[in-house]
Design a protein around this ligand. Structure first.
Ligand code: KIV
Length: 274
């Protein structure tokens, strides 16, 4: 059982004195182990798996089975953090039964809840999941699974009208019973308005400083991403360069004959010595 349940996360509203929620993505056992040791509240097995791990241009190319494979790996770390898994594109768009079956695959792989993208248009599927006792996190704003419909990865809710619609979507998701809401790629003022309009916690990514928590993608915050950093990314390390440097040293040592040393070899019986 995770140390932080969906109902506990549901109560983490900053205006009620709660600490901001910290969420980071992870896609495998070592990643989950490292971020859990840092004390994050939530590990997101995001469908960003498609871009940052599998090398696709967008998140439309990842299946439920691929997601489950990575949820299983994250769960193998037995993190203290709550594990939320993304329902990938087209796994919750067809009908209620299909949606619940797909979410169940992720729950049985080790997730404690699932996340899906979209507002009022998704209410029926949110209710199907909640009927099956599966906690749901929402995701509004720049929803990467809508990249084709949006015509690219573009900041959302830049007009007053669009901001109002976003707030209404957030309220509809709250009324439907989601326990938290990711708000992505909107002006900071919109992140603030949505956060004030709902009593569930909002977790921002490129949504300003006023949300109830923040999420970053593992490879972005550690400097391991091939894609150019978005405006909202703060890079806390340059692990990518550290990896290249370490492997270059290994290659140089192999090529010069200095690896392995005598201490890095198993001793043999004396009669085998030259
Ligand atoms: O898949 C993902 O990493 C996400 C975050 C960007 C919130 O959904």
């Amino acid at each position: 059982m995770s140390s932080l349940s969906a109902p506990q996360i549901r109560r983490r509203k900053r205006r009620e004195g709660a600490e901001p929620l910290v969420m980071v993505t992870a896609y495998d056992e070592p990643g989950a182990r490292y971020v859990d040791a840092a004390g994050v509240d939530i590990i997101l097995v995001g469908d960003s798996l498609a871009n940052v791990v599998l090398g696709h241009a967008d998140t439309l190319h990842v299946s439920v089975d691929e997601m489950a494979h990575h949820v299983r790996a994250v769960s193998a770390a037995s993190p203290k953090a709550h594990i939320v898994a993304d329902l990938p594109w087209l796994s919750y768009h067809l009908d209620r039964a299909d949606t619940v079956r797909n979410a169940a695959v992720l729950i049985r792989a080790g997730a404690h809840s699932v996340k899906l993208e979209g507002g009022r248009v998704r209410l029926e599927m949110v209710s199907a999941l909640l009927d099956a006792e599966i906690p749901v996190m929402g995701h509004l704003g720049l929803t990467p699974q809508s990249v084709l419909a949006m015509g690219g990865f573009k900041v959302q809710a830049k007009t007053l009208e669009a901001a109002k619609l976003l707030v209404e979507d957030a309220q509809a998701l709250e009324d439907a019973g989601v326990f938290a809401l990711v708000i992505e790629g909107v002006p900071g003022e919109v992140g603030r308005r949505v956060t004030e309009a709902v009593s569930i916690p909002t977790i921002g990514i490129g949504a300003g400083a006023d949300t109830d928590g923040q999420v970053l993608v593992f490879h972005d915050l550690l400097g391991m991403s091939a894609r150019p950093a978005a405006k909202f990314v703060r890079r806390y390390a340059d692990i990518g360069s550290a990896i290249t440097e370490a492997v270059s040293h290994f290659a140089a040592d192999v090529r010069s004959g200095s690896f392995p040393s005598i201490d890095e070899q198993y001793p043999s019986a004396p009669e085998l010595s030259p």
